[in-house]
Design a protein around this ligand. Structure first.
Ligand SMILES: *Cc1c(COP(=O)(O)O)cnc(C)c1O
Length: 376
């Protein structure tokens, strides 16, 4: 059996090596390392893929969130509602911009914030909502957008884990996550579903005014060279990454199918087990399984993790410490507010290897070892 990895970017690369190597050499020969033609081609192809009017490439998914929040003209002290149960990047940039993070509880099945949990923490100072499509399952965007309209709030979707996820509205129309809110952001960190060979990110919007502002902010606040109208930053996707991502984008749907196949395999093995809750798949969301995360019921999680490690099976806890318990946020007085679902999940989730290169022998081995530990 081939060694099992949490993500297998090496074997994924080997399958498209010729294409990728040629694209990289072309960039080297062009020496257009910054803002070269592949950057524009990739942005156009990605816009077409997700169905966004505008795609603004940038340096990483954290910058994408920061630039999105800067573009909305929020003022220090404005409140931004977001999950505590997410990667730190989502919540960190709120604090970085001197905005106030306000954590909403997640749903125990989808791991995402909902209109109901968001509404509970809305105050007169609330200006924006940042739902996260955690692990590749969409947050309930239709109800979140309705709520945002009711309270006149902006919505920025953190789509770093869900690129390619189809969202179905109650009238049957479909959109990709990241294109439903006023702004969507994503990351091309190597382990993401569309991963580069280094850092990268992008911002989506259908609003022409916001697009112009996002572009300007990502480029030192200028749209004419050396004339800086607003305070911005320097956040670029380099040409080499764009050239590689352009090739990987053409394989993205296959990659998502491979992830879903692995998830289906796990589901079959674990379904109905009283001590394992398999990932929920809401009707409105076509899961893209950035992570395959199960919830353990009455299982020694550390023991399971160790047992898997002893069998050379990696596993991860995403995330061991939720935002409201991070020292970083003590200044915001969030620790005092109870987050029972988030805390409950934090103690019980475990993510198993899921990527595009898993074969049935590996999957069989992983599921058998998980069950062996849990059933003993
Ligand atoms: C990966 C990730 C980010 C940040 O992306 P980077 O490219 O690493 O900066 C933001 N939010 C979520 C939910 C992520 O998973």
């Amino acid at each position: 059996m081939r060694p099992i990895q949490m993500v297998d970017t090496k074997n994924q690369y080997l399958k498209i090596k010729n294409e990728v190597d040629k694209a990289v050499i072309d960039v080297m020969e062009s020496t257009a390392f910054i803002n070269g033609r592949p950057v524009h081609e990739f942005a156009a192809n990605l816009s077409a893929y997700v169905g966004a009017k505008h795609t603004i490439p940038c340096a990483n998914g954290t910058d994408a969130l920061q630039i999105a929040m800067m573009a909305l003209g929020l003022q220090p002290g404005d409140e931004v509602i977001t999950p505590s149960f997410t990667y730190i990047a989502t919540t960190e940039v709120i604090a970085l911009l001197r905005l106030t993070p306000v954590f909403a509880e997640v749903d125990a099945q989808t791991f995402c914030i909902t209109a109901e949990t968001i509404e509970k923490v809305i105050t007169p100072k609330t200006k924006a909502i940042v739902p996260v499509h955690l692990y590749g399952h969409a947050a309930p965007m239709e109800e979140i957008m309705d709520l945002a309209a009711k309270y006149n709030l902006y919505v920025i979707e953190d789509n770093a884990q869900a690129i390619g996820c189809d969202y179905t509205f109650s009238d049957g129309t479909k959109k990709k996550t990241g294109t439903i809110g006023h702004i969507g952001t994503t990351s091309f960190y190597p382990s993401k579903n569309l991963g580069g060979f280094g850092d990268g990110g992008a911002i989506f919007t259908n609003d022409d005014g916001l697009a112009a502002m996002l572009k300007m902010i990502a480029n030192h606040g200028q749209n004419r060279q050396y004339y800086h109208d607003v305070v911005g930053c320097n956040s670029r996707l380099d040409t080499m990454q764009a050239a590689i991502l352009n090739i990987k984008l053409s394989h993205l749907d296959e990659y998502l199918d491979a992830r879903r196949n692995a998830a289906d395999f796990y589901d079959k093995a674990f379904t109905k087990h009283p001590k394992i809750t398999i990932p929920y798949r809401a009707d409105y969301s076509r899961h893209v399984f950035h992570q395959y995360t199960i919830v353990l019921n009455d299982v020694d999680r550390d023991g399971l993790k160790q047992y898997l490690a002893d069998n050379k099976i990696p596993s991860m806890i995403y995330y061991p410490v939720p935002g409201h318990k991070q020292k970083m946020f003590e200044q915001f007085n969030v620790a005092s507010k109870p987050m029972p679902v988030t805390d409950w999940l934090t103690e019980r989730v475990i993510s198993l290897p899921v990527h595009t290169e898993l074969d049935s022998e590996q999957l069989e081995f992983i599921t058998s070892k998980v069950l062996e530990f849990i059933n003993r």
